[in-house]
Design a protein around this ligand. Structure first.
Ligand code: FAD
Length: 408
């Protein structure tokens, strides 16, 4: 049978995998199937710059010429409805079938839905793709009162943008602090105060009981602690779930994502998976992760491309992420899950500082606000396994740089 690699999903992961397969020397037939009708685009700007300008266009990951010259058959606006591992086939939404020799699932994630009375009212929005963002932007142009349900990255980015554009904004967060366990308490406190300085009202430790309407129109959000927050627009940002439906039906092992090994192989031969849709053991048998980040999607894509071509490749990248909230650029490197203490570099009441997270003597993560140079250095330190002494962190970036150079 002829070689034919098919990639399902043309987000950050799928597009990078197609590019990497060609870079790694794959010359056979290559098809990239995208459920989205647009030419594949960057997702992060959708909750940032895209919402600010009425004429902003999605930023393409690659120009059409890239797919043409690389001989990548890009099927846009087409969904795969089933995958059959045994005859190595898949079915598209028009009933047609394609044969694959190797398959890569890069199906991403979908927003977790709100399940309270009124959740299906017009005026309730989710944000995952370009069409969602365009609808939200149109609605924000005329809305006066926005309630964001969920104090996670996407919700807070939109909250800051809307508040800076003069809208009344409230954020309702079920946990005791915004951004849950994704950031250190110091960063969460800093961003909480920053949002409040923009005029955003934040209620933590309270859920949503009901969305209320008047004559069929969204009117308010009733919280579990009895507040009634006026709203003519609601953005629900309560997390994302891995898109595993195809994989589950095909019989692949899934557990909070399609389970893959360090080479991005699933439980069935010739099927690989990457990006937001996968869970994997990371550097230890106990730690199973699912990461939602551009870094993870593109780094796994490079590994999967190699592995699919029979080359040895293992995923051990240092995770990193960023979030732009108004004038705050938050950047994170490493994983803070094991951290048992934090060292603060600079003044957390100022607009630029860093938090170094340690597990014992080992540096495990660094979070910075408006310090991009330090973030890049942190990535290098973590990749090199270099744990600076606390005094050096407190001395500042120049001392850190010197200590890092001396350690190599
Ligand atoms: P996706 O980009 O979700 O792509 C999956 C694609 O698969 C989708 O286009 C979908 O249509 C397609 N698909 C699914 N099922 C099928 C099917 N059956 N048939 C055909 N196609 C299918 N990350 C950061 O690091 N920093 C940020 O600041 C940041 N901001 C973000 C802001 C927003 C609004 C969003 C939504 C995400 C943001 N992220 C950010 C997360 C980042 O965008 C994701 O981690 C990344 O997009 C994951 O890439 P992916 O290719 O795995 O999934």
């Amino acid at each position: 049978m002829n070689e034919h690699i098919i990639i399902i999903g043309a987000g950050h992961a799928g597009v990078q995998a197609a590019a990497s397969l060609r870079e790694e020397g794959y010359e056979g037939r290559l098809t990239l199937i995208s459920g989205d009708p647009e030419l594949p685009y960057h997702k992060p700007p959708l909750s940032k710059a895209f919402l600010k300008a009425a004429d902003a266009q999605p930023q393409m990951l690659r120009a059409q010429a890239f797919y043409d010259t690389q001989k990548i058959e890009l099927l846009k606006g087409r969904r795969v409805t089933s995958v059959k591992p045994r005859p190595h086939t898949l079915t598209l939404d028009d009933g047609s079938q394609l044969h694959w020799s190797k398959l890569l699932l890069a199906t991403g994630a979908k927003p977790r839905r709100l399940a309270v009375p009124g959740a299906d009212l017009a005026g309730v929005f989710y944000l995952r793709d370009c069409a969602d963002a365009a609808r939200l932007r149109d609605a924000l142009a005329t809305a006066q009162k926005l309630v964001v349900i969920g104090g996670g990255f996407i919700g807070l980015e939109v909250a800051a943008t809307a508040a800076m554009a003069g809208r009344r904004v409230d954020v309702v967060e079920a946990a005791e602090r915004i951004l849950g366990r994704a950031v250190s308490p110091t960063i969460a406190r800093h961003l909480h105060a920053y949002h409040e300085s923009l005029g955003v009202g934040i209620s933590t430790g309270c859920g949503v009981a009901e969305l209320r309407s008047e004559e069929g129109k969204l009117r308010s959000v009733l919280t579990s602690d009895g507040q009634e927050l006026d709203a003519d627009l609601v953005l629900v940002g309560i997390g994302a779930l891995p898109e595993t439906e195809l994989a589950e039906k095909a019989g692949l092992v899934c557990d909070n994502g399609i389970h893959v090994d360090a080479s991005c192989r699933t439980s069935l031969e010739d099927i690989y998976a990457i990006g937001d849709c996968v869970s994997f053991r990371y550097l230890s048998p106990e730690r199973v992760l699912r990461l939602e980040s551009v870094q993870n999607a593109t780094d796994q894509a490079r590994i999967a491309a190699k592995a699919m071509l029979g080359k040895e490749a293992f995923y051990d990248a240092v995770p990193w992420f960023w979030s732009d909230q108004g004038e705050r650029k938050l950047q994170m490197a490493g994983l803070s899950l094991d951290a048992d203490r934090e060292v603060i570099a600079g003044d957390p009441h100022s607009a630029a500082f860093g938090v170094y997270l340690y597990s014992g003597e080992r540096l495990v993560a660094v979070e910075t606000v408006n310090r991009p140079g330090e973030h890049m250095m942190a990535r290098r330190m973590l990749a090199a396994g270099f744990s600076p002494p606390v005094e050096t962190v407190l001395e500042g970036p120049a001392a850190l740089k010197a200590a890092m150079a001396a350690s190599q």
